[in-house]
Write a new protein. Structure first.
Length: 204
């Protein structure tokens, strides 16, 4: 059975993917299944670049195909910020709350509060080639937080279709419409092709 390494230690992501790919002839591992490997510096200028960097580096180091994602919030009125710096918008060790406070302050007085979450998934083999999948979710940044669920910018991200913020909906509802959910659906819908592609690039 072919091994696919998830380039993450995030237990939530690992559980979600194992569930989605149940039934496929693939053994899903994550970084915790291997010894210590060097830290991957996410210094790319785009989600695409960071996702590829993580997947490609992991594949080269471990010798197995690897999958990684990079995602964040893109706000129109802030010229695309926080973008690739979403998780460290207010500083490298910033908390979710500090990031949100900086975002709301930056939007003070701006009438355009349109934004979208974007996720790029990269599946790479040790020799370098990669497949890319992408998902987006449009919304509006609220003035005040609402909801107790989710994380990051979720309490401020209003999703018009549900008339709620991402922090006011269940994880299952969010997974159906979120940027990550949409990108993962693309991967799952094409997973037979993904496995064929991996076999071509990973001769036994």
């Amino acid at each position: 059975m072919r091994v696919l390494v998830l380039a993450t230690r995030n237990k939530g992501k690992i559980k979600e993917l194992k569930e989605l790919l149940k039934g496929y002839p693939v053994d899903i591992k994550d970084l915790d299944d291997f010894g210590p490997i060097p830290e991957i510096i996410e210094d790319g200028e785009s989600f695409d670049e960071n996702a590829y960097k993580k997947a490609s580096f992991t594949a080269r180091v471990l010798g197995h195909p690897a999958m990684a994602d990079d995602s964040g919030l893109v706000v129109e009125a802030l010229d695309g910020e926080p973008g690739v710096r979403s998780s460290r918008y207010a500083g490298d060790s910033a908390t979710d709350r500090e990031n949100c406070e900086k975002l709301i302050k930056a939007l003070n007085g701006k009438t355009n509060r349109n934004a979208f979450f974007q996720c790029v998934i990269s599946i790479a083999v040790p020799t370098g080639p990669a497949l890319t999948y992408e998902g987006k979710c449009q919304g509006i940044i609220t003035q005040e937080p609402a909801g107790e669920n989710g994380f990051g910018y979720d309490p401020f991200f209003f999703y018009p279709e549900y008339r709620k913020t991402f922090a006011q909906i269940s994880m299952a509802e969010k997974s159906r419409v979120s940027h990550r959910g949409r990108a993962l659906k693309e991967v799952v819908d094409e997973f037979d092709k993904v496995l064929d592609w991996i076999d071509i690039h990973m001769p036994d």
